[in-house]
Design a protein around this ligand. Structure first.
Ligand code: 5GP
Length: 196
């Protein structure tokens, strides 16, 4: 998506450890016009897929998922609900939730993420949305939560995939449809190039 690529080139900064910082439009301050355009693009990519729910993970995925949801309509013409997996703060995981463990790329820690069983069921057709794809740990965790609920993963929509890390290949080789709005081929402190 050209608009996103241009914005990454304009405002993204590359930090040590292969981290792209996009706090001025995606991870801290939010450019809602850009988010809206991204939501529309996800809807174009996944049109006619009968999606009933969008699943993401707190925090940065939520805004993207909400803008996308506005473009996906249920049979009653309401927007599809957004459900976000929560990073569990306590040690007790109870039977009312689906849970899995995810290793954070940016913080290195492993944490439990949970979704209440109330909000995901076997009839759901789920689009998973997240801000970044690096090694695929977050996305795999979200896929597992959907599968645990007996629901269908229609596909995943990622804002920025770092194509030089192995998450994209891993997820695609497992047969999950994966659409990334910008795929970074390589990045250094001075230059960022995209895959087309
Ligand atoms: P993965 O689980 O695929 O290794 O990493 C994906 C998660 O880590 C995303 O949810 C995102 O929050 C975070 N992440 C990974 N790489 C980056 C990055 O380069 N920049 C930022 N801001 N977050 C990242």
């Amino acid at each position: 998506m050209e608009l996103l690529e241009k914005r990454i080139l304009k405002d993204g900064t590359v930090l040590p450890g292969n981290i792209l910082k996009v706090g001025s439009f995606l991870n801290h301050q939010l450019d809602v016009d850009l988010l809206d355009a991204m939501g529309a693009e996800f809807a174009r990519l996944y049109q006619n897929q009968k999606i009933t729910k969008i699943l993401t993970i707190e925090a940065s995925g939520i805004a993207i998922a909400c803008f996308a949801a506005r473009y996906f309509k249920l049979d009653n013409n309401c927007s599809v609900p957004v459900v976000f997996a929560k990073k569990n703060k306590t040690n007790n995981v109870n039977s009312d939730v689906y849970s899995t463990q995810i290793q954070s790329f940016t913080h290195g820690k492993t944490y439990d993420v949970i979704i209440s069983k109330q909000f995901l069921n076997a009839k759901d057709r789920v689009l998973i949305i997240d801000d970044f794809l690096a090694n695929g740990c977050a996305l795999q965790g979200l896929i597992k939560l959907v599968q645990d609920a007996g629901a269908t993963v229609v596909g995943a929509g990622i804002a920025i995939e770092k194509g030089f890390q192995n998450g994209g290949q891993l997820i695609r080789s497992q047969g999950t449809r994966l659409e990334s709005l910008a795929i970074i081929e390589s990045m250094t402190e001075n230059s960022i190039s995209f895959r087309h």
